[in-house]
Structures are given as C-alpha cells and as structure tokens.
Design a protein around this ligand. Structure first.
Ligand code: SAH
Length: 200
C-alpha cells in the first residue's frame, strides 16, 4: 500500500497515448520546466501542486473511460489532469476554487487547443449540476468524506475516484462505482498524498 506508484503499472493504451500527447512542460512553472517529465508532483501557484504523472495516469485508468463520455474533475490546478482526460473523452468539466488558478488553467487549455474542457471557478464539492449526470468524476484534492453532491451527479454505470482522508492523515484513493441507481461498490486503492479540498 505504501509503495510509490509508478507509470509502469498503467497499461490502458488510451491513457498511455494521452500521457504522451499532453506537453506537461506547458503546465509547470517556467523555472521547473527541466523537471516537467520527472515522475513527481511539482509546486504550482497559490501553494497548490500538479500531481505526479503516475498518479494522474493511474487515476485516469481506473475511470475506464470511453471516447464519447463526459467527465467532471474537481481541482483544476494547472489544468494538466483535465488535458489528459480531454485527450480521451468528449467533454471535460473542471472546477477550481482559486480564481487565479482557474483563469490561468482555462487560458492555457484554450491556447493548447483543448476546446472540450470547460473550467469554472467555484466549490467543487457542489459539482456542476447543470452538466450532470457524468460518466465519471475525479477529485484531485483530499477530503475526509465523499461530497454527497458529487455522488448524486454520478450516472448509473459511472465511476468516481478521489483521495479520501483529512489533511494531516494518511489518504487513500477510493473508487466508487454506481452499478445501479442505488447500488454503489467501493474499492480502496493506493495510499497517496494530495493537497486538501478547501471548504466552499
Ligand atoms: N488536477 C490538478 C492538480 C490539483 S491540486 C492538476 O492537474 O494540476 C488540487 C487543486 O484543487 C488545487 O488547485 C486547489 O486549489 C483545488 N481545490 C481545493 N479545494 C477545492 C474546492 N473545494 N473546489 C475546487 N477546487 C478546489
């Protein structure tokens, strides 16, 4: 459980193709460009981080995405994870709590041609009700409990992945699969470290 995730554990060709396609150096601060392809998280503005590529790939793979789908991401940050999702699915909706990050990420994604990513500033724990239901939901900030609004916006057959745990606790990746409207199957995956989901 404690072992560090490595990119080699990811085998879904669509995910590997997406990881190849997205230029990570465009999403990291200029002074860290030389480290852009290291397999580690890096700092971005506002005290936030861009996730480790292996974790991005792993979480993306666990959603078992298909081309026509619509996905919600909570925690846009740099926009990197949103771009990886946008390489695979039809539409990505991404919510960021910090306005400056949302603006920078939206401009960057537009410049790189990701016209299928929609970025909004707000509290991601509320989801994006007008665009629901989603085929998949990914939360990229840690929370002690699964936000109920997100679960409500997950379509039948859909998958939600998030790092569960308080800011000073061990966090674990949790996968929730909505098998039927009322039947949700929970799987516990890797131990991880994410920045906390900020209160709305
Ligand atoms: N997915 C990002 C990394 C996310 S770091 C990337 O690929 O770069 C987590 C992000 O979640 C931070 O940018 C943080 O500001 C944002 N965040 C924290 N609390 C939030 C909330 N309640 N709603 C939306 N975003 C939030």
């Amino acid at each position: 459980m404690k072992r560090r995730l490595r990119l080699e554990e990811v085998s879904d060709p669509a995910v590997l193709r997406a990881m190849q396609a997205v230029p990570r150096e465009e999403f990291v601060p200029r002074f860290l460009r030389d480290a852009a392809y290291d397999d580690r998280a890096l700092p971005i503005d506002c005290g936030q981080t861009i996730s480790q590529p292996a974790v991005v790939a792993y979480m993306t793979e666990k959603l078992r995405l298909a081309p026509g789908q619509r996905v919600l991401e909570v925690g846009t940050g740099s926009g990197y994870q949103a771009a990886v999702l946008a390489e695979i699915v039809r539409e990505v909706y991404s919510i960021e709590r910090i306005p400056a990050l949302a603006q920078t990420a939206a401009a960057r994604l537009a410049r790189l041609g990701y016209g299928n990513v929609h970025v909004r500033t707000g509290d991601g724990a509320q989801g994006w009700p007008e665009a629901a239901p989603f085929d998949a939901i990914m939360v990229t900030a840690a929370t002690a409990k699964v936000p109920p609004a997100l679960l409500a916006q997950l379509g039948t057959g859909g998958r939600l992945i998030l790092p569960e745990g308080g800011p000073h606790e061990e966090q674990v990746l949790v996968l929730l699969e909505r098998k039927t409207p009322t039947d949700i199957v929970r799987t516990t995956l890797w131990a991880v470290r994410f920045v906390p989901l900020l209160p709305g």
